[in-house]
Design a protein around this ligand. Structure first.
Ligand SMILES: Cc1cc2nc3c(=O)[nH]c(=O)nc-3n(C[C@H](O)[C@H](O)[C@H](O)COP(=O)(O)OP(=O)(O)OC[C@H]3O[C@@H](n4cnc5c(N)ncnc54)[C@H](O)[C@@H]3O)c2cc1C
Length: 417
């Protein structure tokens, strides 16, 4: 990548997925003089560690009306952007740029090479081919509209630049939020999203490592109720797994408000009604008369360790036979299968939240172009906005969509009419 003289027609602050997409889309649509500033030595750092090193690029959800349901912050407002560039467009875009994506059984889409470095290579090559200039270890520290038009930019290194247009793509980094605020934008307070739940003490500790699917979760916190279903993983400190992460994404603000306290009701029954469970238990009593309860679960997908734990909690001796299960004990077991209750006492211990809820409110941005409604020529994309999705590739999808829209709009605004 060669260096260009000032002024730049477009400076993108932030070499993450949203910034790269904005820069490439603008350059491919004819914008010349595009510079990406990345504060760290290597761009696309989160892409590298994403999806356990495999990068879950997007999700096979093709209908924008359905897609918006996966964004606790953003939701319906994203219909417009997604109707212009959604998952199908992202898959086609990567395909055109030499990166084939494959769909897994649960809808998540990964590079065929199954490593995040393939995504990084694709984006870096596309940027280079389109003539985008990348400066690493160079942070944008200040930005102000110039009286003669465009922006004057201060760099952390002490240098300065001029840019006709500016894209802020700084993710959840506080410096980007400060820049947006300095340019007149209001911010929704940042709070973590997509995290695991801790119980103190953790009555499920002996079951660490058990996976159950599907499980119904109902969380009450800050006077609100949130429900999710799906797989959960029991951990040393509480609960993790996709259903837990989705639950905490939708409850992110309410949980923050309550200091991460609440009541979690867990239904392990796999969606069975009370009548269905009673019927199942009565069948077991008839068909497994002589079997010991601890060796014969009511249904095969119920984890053996969880079943034995529930028997223990209800004071049912493990060697008791199905035929000898008393009515009260049966009721207790069914009750604990349908509603085990836990006191939520915090987030998981490793600060392992994946995204930040909060950022620049969507109402302050024109969602057809991602241009600021406050400052002409300024564009905001990616996680800096008050948009976040659940796990499954939705967060990157928003980066591809918002970045592409900004890039297209910038090139269109710059081209002679
Ligand atoms: C461990 C982990 C795994 C994840 N896995 C997935 C996944 O598989 N699928 C998915 O959809 N989402 C995943 N996510 C979420 C996803 O990584 C983010 O939503 C996404 O990276 C946001 O992209 P962005 O471009 O907006 O911001 P970022 O990726 O954060 O990029 C912003 C860039 O801007 C730079 N920067 C910041 N401030 C400045 C400045 N002042 N000047 C210059 N540069 C600056 C930063 O160094 C950074 O490189 C994961 C997140 C984590 C933490």
């Amino acid at each position: 990548m060669s260096s260009k003289p000032e002024p730049w027609s477009l400076v993108v602050a932030g070499g993450g997925p949203a910034g790269f997409m904005a820069a490439i889309a603008a350059a491919e649509a004819g914008q010349q003089g595009v510079l990406v500033l990345e504060s760290t030595p290597e761009p696309l750092g989160k892409v590298l560690i994403s999806g356990g090193g495999r990068c879950n690029v997007t999700h096979a959800c093709w209908d924008p009306r359905e897609l918006v349901g996966y964004y606790p912050r953003g939701s319906r407002a994203l219909r417009g952007p997604f109707s212009r560039f959604a998952t199908g467009d992202a898959v086609a875009w990567f395909d055109e740029h030499g990166l084939a994506l494959v769909e897994e059984a649960d809808g998540r889409m990964f590079p065929r090479a199954n490593r995040s470095t393939a995504v990084i290579q694709c984006l870096r090559q596309a940027a280079q081919r389109a003539g985008v200039v990348l400066r690493t270890s160079e942070a944008l520290q200040g930005a102000a509209p110039s009286p003669e038009g465009g922006f004057s930019l201060q760099l952390r290194s002490g240098g300065s630049l001029r840019a006709e247009r500016l894209v802020l793509a700084t993710g959840s980094h506080p410096s980007g939020r400060r820049l947006a605020q300095g340019l007149g934008h209001g911010l929704e307070a940042p709070v973590p999203s997509l995290f695991t739940l801790a119980f103190k003490p953790n009555p499920l500790l002996p079951l660490a490592g058990v996976v159950m699917d599907p499980v119904d979760l109902e969380l009450e916190t800050s006077g609100q109720r949130f429900r999710q279903s799906g797989p959960v993983l029991i951990t040393h400190w509480g609960l993790s797994g996709p259903a837990t992460l989705r639950l905490t994404a939708f409850a992110a603000r309410a949980l923050h408000q309550s200091g991460y306290r609440g009541q979690l009701r867990v239904d392990w029954s796999g969606g069975r009604s009370l009548a269905q469970l009673e019927e199942l238990f009565s069948q077991c009593r008839q068909e497994q008369v002589r079997k010991q309860l601890s060796n014969a679960r009511p249904w095969p997908a119920l984890s053996r360790r969880l079943w034995q734990h529930l028997l223990d909690q209800q004071g049912v001796e493990p060697d008791r036979r199905w035929a000898d299960l008393g009515k009260r004990q049966q009721q207790g077991l069914i009750e604990s299968l349908r509603r085990s209750t836990f006191a939520v006492a915090g987030r998981g211990p490793f600060g392992e939240e994946f995204v930040t809820a909060g950022g620049v409110a969507l109402g302050e941005v024109n969602l057809a172009t991602m241009e600021s409604r406050r400052v002409p020529g300024l564009y905001l994309v990616g996680e800096l906005l008050d948009v976040d999705g659940v796990t499954g590739g939705f967060n990157f999808q928003h980066c591809w969509s918002s970045g592409w829209l900004a890039g297209q709009a910038i090139a269109a605004a710059s081209s002679p009419t």
